[in-house]
Design a protein around this ligand. Structure first.
Ligand code: NAD
Length: 375
């Protein structure tokens, strides 16, 4: 998908500042064939263990391995099935088994090469094997580039719910080679634009303006627009995470659109909508809620946001009517609801959100605005 624009200046660097656990995110082109000098100083052993999924094995894992091998680094590759179901204890255990069989020590480094599923799963394996070994995130989906590879949340799913088992484990470095997006399916790419749009709303009005102005280039997957969007998204996530690593405060602003979005995913069944599509519709509902609950957020601002979401190729409306009450109940049973009261992250103006509980009646009215039915 990225267009050919030379990257002679080298990768862009975004710093995640955390006491004793800070790291760099490197964003650029051809990093899979040029990254070694940038990571060699971080490696404490001559062998690395790489986990990827079957969709990125060829060509990306092969490219990375060829490059590292040519630099004298030994590698072992474990290929996992693609898909959310891989994020479970059985596949986690498979990684542990390979690590123990290969006698990897405390100085080992584990490389997570893939989308958010591999990043979360292999990240959690790194967090737990020998009480924690070094982790290198090499995200290959746009969602993993702008969101899941940054911030240190790792984990697996449980029968009782998504992401219920996990740990905070920061990587040593994140390598983002935007060239790998050329093989990413179009719907996965578009879906992740919802998170890019979110960052402008929650944190940076100038970035929202930029996204609005470049939405067509982003939708078409133009390389310079993608690199800019990934870099600014990473900067914003890095900034938020640096202020609140463990989500005890400011980090919850990242959940704009996610309370309703998760409820939509829950009720419609995972699979009917892509995650980013559900978040896009969730942002529309929560933005509508803000027009009634927040004096600063006007209908005009709401309309601007809805237009950018739609122009990115994302839905702004439920694909079929779902009862508003059912969505509300699903939101209430989400793990982030505290003592039954749901806290919504609502825009106050572009670049500024605030979190507060909202009356059920108001929420129900906003759900009707995204096509939910009264019963
Ligand atoms: P994913 O890892 O399943 O990737 C989506 C699909 O794209 C998969 O089929 C994958 O094989 C394929 N793919 C990835 N990169 C590719 C490439 N370059 N070329 C071809 N195919 C490619 O899903 P995702 O959307 O990347 O991530 C979703 C996961 O991330 C969820 O499990 C979610 O819970 C998690 N997540 C974690 C965080 C966090 O902070 N840790 C944040 C958001 C989401």
């Amino acid at each position: 998908m990225p267009r050919n624009i030379s990257d002679e200046a080298g990768p862009r660097r975004v710093e995640v500042s955390l006491p004793g656990r800070g790291y760099d995110i490197l964003i650029g082109r051809s990093l899979l064939t040029s990254s070694y000098p940038r990571i060699s100083g971080l490696l404490r052993s001559e062998k690395v263990f790489i986990v990827c999924d079957e969709n990125v094995q060829e060509p990306h894992a092969a490219t990375l391995i060829n490059h590292w091998k040519s630099e004298g680094l030994e590698t072992e590759l474990l290929v996992m099935p693609a898909g959310e179901r891989t994020k479970d204890v059985r596949h986690l255990s498979e990684i542990w088994d390979k690590l123990t069989a290969g006698r990897y020590g405390r100085d080992a480094a584990l490389v997570a090469l893939g989308g958010g599923v591999i990043g979360d799963l292999a990240g959690f394996a790194a967090a737990t094997y020998l009480r924690g070994i070094d982790l290198i995130q090499v995200p290959t989906s746009l969602l993993a580039m702008v969101d899941s590879s940054v911030g240190g949340k790792t984990g697996i799913n449980h029968a009782a719910g998504k992401n219920l088992i996990g740990a905070f484990w920061q990587p040593k470095v994140v390598l983002i080679d935007v060239d790998v997006l050329s093989t990413l399916p179009g719907e996965e790419y578009i879906s992740a634009l919802a998170e890019v749009i979110k960052y402008g709303v929650i944190y940076d009005s100038a970035f929202f303006d930029w996204t609005e102005a470049h939405v067509d280039s982003l939708r078409r997957g133009e390389e310079s627009a993608i690199t800019q969007a990934v870099a600014r998204s990473c900067e914003i996530k890095a900034d938020v995470v640096s202020k609140d690593e463990r989500e005890s405060g400011v980090r919850e602003i990242l959940n704009f659109g996610h309370t309703v979005g998760h409820a939509i995913e829950n009720v419609s069944g995972y699979g009917e909508l892509k995650h980013g599509e559900a978040i896009a519709i969730g942002m529309v509902a929560e933005s509508h809620l803000a027009t009634t609950a927040r004096p600063g957020w006007t209908e005009e601002q709401h309309d601007r946001l809805v237009k950018v979401i739609a122009s990115a190729g994302l839905p702004v409306w439920l694909p079929r009517p779902i009862a508003a009450g059912e969505l509300l109940n699903a939101a209430k049973s989400d793990k982030k609801a505290r003592r039954g009261a749901i806290r919504y992250v609502l825009p106050h103006r572009f670049g500024k959100v605030e979190t507060s509980p909202i009356e059920d009646g108001e929420v129900l009215r906003s759900l009707l605005e995204i096509g939910a039915s009264e019963r």
